[in-house]
Design a protein around this ligand. Structure first.
Ligand SMILES: [Zn+2]
Length: 310
């Protein structure tokens, strides 16, 4: 009898799962294309979500090395968060086709297109993919603007609530805390960069424009002649005198860029190269707020130094 009861208990536990097992299995499976979107999803999802980022933080989000494992991950997702505005156009569509997951198909409650809530910069008047421009729908790098990140957090919570309504109140509470944290930090970030308002900078790619606009820097040009097109001698020959004339002080580049062109331009203009992460990396910048904190601090330190040019 005793043995029978023990067997019965074992069987019941196997069927319904132990307390921790059931919670783990119960978590929303969230897939984000990039580390910044994943970080915001974790901030508003907390312990109720299991978030996977497809692209590594050290990868260019336009040109991600799409692994076969992505298909299984996307196939099992309850929610998929993409940047949109063609950010992932070069690698995500075939993965979605192969994954065959109706929960995250276009227009489903489990699909978040972050760009849909954002007023995009640099929207072309004509759709033009000629010359390889990877921003045919406008600039998709809005996540470094903390105010845009709040909008994206709201879109993510809308999706979480739609697919997991029993825990909606918890997601809403986390969203309020995220908003409050950003609002509190924003004043400090703006104060830190206020002395450098109007400073002219050059970037490698057009991915610091929203950040620059929020914090009062002026991006006068990019090393790339067009988004996604590598720097060319012709373009750099025009860029160098322009940077000298306008006294551009910094060349902002992401950690995954080559250094030969930025260093060449720096040597010929007196501007400094500053490597500035655009994605949380789980180490130095473990979450979204830490990323912006770190970028603001590094920028202020670089601009606070005496210019290299006499
Ligand atoms: Zn881009």
């Amino acid at each position: 009898m005793h043995v029978l009861r023990r067997l019965l208990v074992t069987l019941l536990v196997a069927i319904v799962g132990g307390p921790s097992m059931s919670h783990a299995a119960d978590k929303l499976k969230v897939v984000a294309t990039t580390a910044d979107l994943a970080a915001v999803a974790r901030a508003v999802g907390g312990d109720d979500v299991d978030v996977t980022a497809l692209a590594r933080p050290t990868e260019d989000p336009h040109f991600v090395d799409a692994k076969p494992s992505f298909i299984r991950i996307v196939n099992q997702a309850d929610v998929l968060i993409e940047g949109g505005a063609s950010l992932e156009a070069g690698w995500l569509p075939p993965i979605l086709d192969s994954a065959r997951n109706s929960k995250i198909s276009a227009g489903s409650p489990g699909r978040v297109v972050a760009a849909q809530g954002i007023t995009l910069l640099e929207v072309p008047t004509q759709l033009d993919r000629s010359m390889g421009d990877v921003h045919p729908q406008g600039n998709p790098h809005f996540m470094l603007d903390p105010v845009a990140a709040k909008t994206v957090a709201r879109s993510i919570v809308t999706a979480f609530c739609a697919v997991d309504h029993t825990r909606c109140a918890g997601y809403q509470d986390a969203l309020s805390r995220f908003d409050t944290a950003i609002d509190g930090k924003l004043l400090a970030w703006q104060a830190t960069l206020a002395p450098f308002k109007g400073t002219k900078v050059v970037t490698y790619h057009k991915d610091f424009d929203y950040f620059a606009e929020r914090f009062g820097l002026e991006v006068i040009d990019t090393l790339e002649p067009k988004p996604g097109i590598p720097p060319s001698p012709t373009h750099l020959t025009e860029l160098i005198p322009k940077m000298r004339a306008e006294h551009a002080r910094l060349i902002l580049i992401e950690p995954y860029r080559e250094r030969s062109n930025p260093d060449f331009v720096a040597q010929n203009t007196g501007a400094r190269v500053l490597v500035l992460p655009a994605m949380p990396d789980g180490k130095d910048a473990p979450d979204y707020i830490a990323l912006v904190d770190s970028d603001v601090r590094q920028l202020a330190a670089a601009l606070g130094e005496k210019p290299a040019r006499p």
